[in-house]
Design a protein around this ligand. Structure first.
Ligand code: PMV
Length: 351
């Protein structure tokens, strides 16, 4: 499929109405870091979709008013966010030709703590894209579930790249790779269920809130710095190559190799930040303490507790479901002390 396949029909019938949608967050296992124009990723990525960390959004469209956007986050008006959404809507007009023909009031709420450092852009843009597709169905006629989700994923990507993976449950791939049939740079696709060992279908992700609040460098600045990073091409190549073992690992249920690959990806992401010019570091002391404690724990117990990181200081603690009591006790007793306010968000993967 190409971008042309997503161009919207000029034939529409708009009316005032409100739609509500919900979309979960996701956590990448093979990371996307670096992009080209129009939100085309420099390498393919794969993520787990979360279950509890979600954004709930209601979108009121008032037809035939001058185009404007008003946004409320947990009841508080957010002017900066409204400006961002206004720009985004202008940018996607060719895909939804009715989009600038009215006024919007968008109310959005996250189920995870505000300013926890958990990325809300993936679930946020996912929910907005779903709302837009609900309005589009009503203005231009209903589409198949598959077509509508694909276009929602395409639109979400144009808001925030990783958001395109949040439209599907389970493991989701974004970015063209020969290892996953149907994969595309334009939207996310679900990784085939039959190719995933049972052990990976019941998984925990406990997010340790090491540092709550604003990040010192935003994702968009971070992606931009990959353009001049001398290690970027090697990194993109490595991410592409990592799909080969990942496929085998997922099929066989090879936990040991999974842990090695996922932790390597997380550390590579942060290594890229340190190798940028100017360099930046988003990990905090607590992040490093936790990583070392996890490694000690694994060495001593051989239990499958491991980590990944997104573009921030928080640590995503990953461990399979079942036989996890010892892991949970360890987290509570040994790792919570590194959080700012005993903050931990206990999530599971959504299958
Ligand atoms: O979607 P963005 O622009 O916020 O970038 C997200 C990048 C990472 O979270 C670090 C990795 C990923 O693949 O989600």
């Amino acid at each position: 499929m190409t971008t042309q396949d997503f161009i919207g029909k000029e034939n529409f019938n708009i009316r005032t109405q409100t739609v509500s949608e919900s979309c979960p967050s996701n956590i990448a296992l093979i990371k996307y870091w670096g992009k080209y124009a129009d939100q085309i990723p420099a390498n393919p990525s794969i993520s787990y979709t979360l279950n509890h960390c979600k954004t709930n959004t209601s979108m009121e469209f008032i037809a035939n008013e001058t185009f404007s956007v008003q946004t409320f986050l947990a009841g508080n008006e957010e002017v900066k966010f409204a400006e961002k959404i206004e720009k985004y809507f202008r940018n996607i007009e060719q895909y939804l030709p009715w989009i600038l023909k009215g006024k919007y009031v968008i109310r959005t709420e996250n189920t995870f703590p505000h300013s926890s450092g958990i990325a809300s852009s993936a679930s946020g843009f996912g929910a907005i894209a779903k709302c837009l597709m609900a309005l589009d169905a009503s203005f231009t006629g209903k589409k198949s579930e598959e077509e509508s989700l694909r276009k929602a994923s395409f639109l979400a990507r144009l808001g925030s790249g990783s958001a395109c993976r949040s439209l599907y449950n389970g493991l989701v791939v974004w970015g063209k790779t020969d290892e996953v049939s149907g994969s595309s740079d334009l939207f996310g696709v679900q990784y085939p269920d039959a190719e995933i060992h049972e052990v990976f279908k019941n998984f925990n992700d406990w997010v340790l809130l090491i540092h709550e609040g604003q990040k010192s460098v935003s994702s968009s600045v971070g992606h931009g710095l990959m353009k001049t990073n001398p290690y970027a091409e090697r990194r993109f190549q490595e991410a592409r190559e990592n799909f080969v073992p990942m496929k085998e690992i997922l099929k066989k249920g090879d936990m040991e190799s999974f842990i090695k690959l996922v932790e390597h990806e997380a550390l590579t992401l942060h290594a890229m930040m340190m190798m940028s010019e100017p360099a930046f570091i988003l990990m905090k002391t607590g992040t490093l303490e936790v990583i070392n404690k996890i490694w000690d724990f694994r060495r001593e117990t051989k239990l499958p507790l491991f980590f990944t990181l997104d573009a921030g200081a928080n640590v995503h603690l990953l461990f399979p479901g079942g036989a996890e009591d010892q892991i949970k006790s360890f987290i509570e007793a040994e790792l919570l002390q590194y959080t700012q306010k005993n903050g931990v968000v206990k999530d599971v993967m959504r299958f």
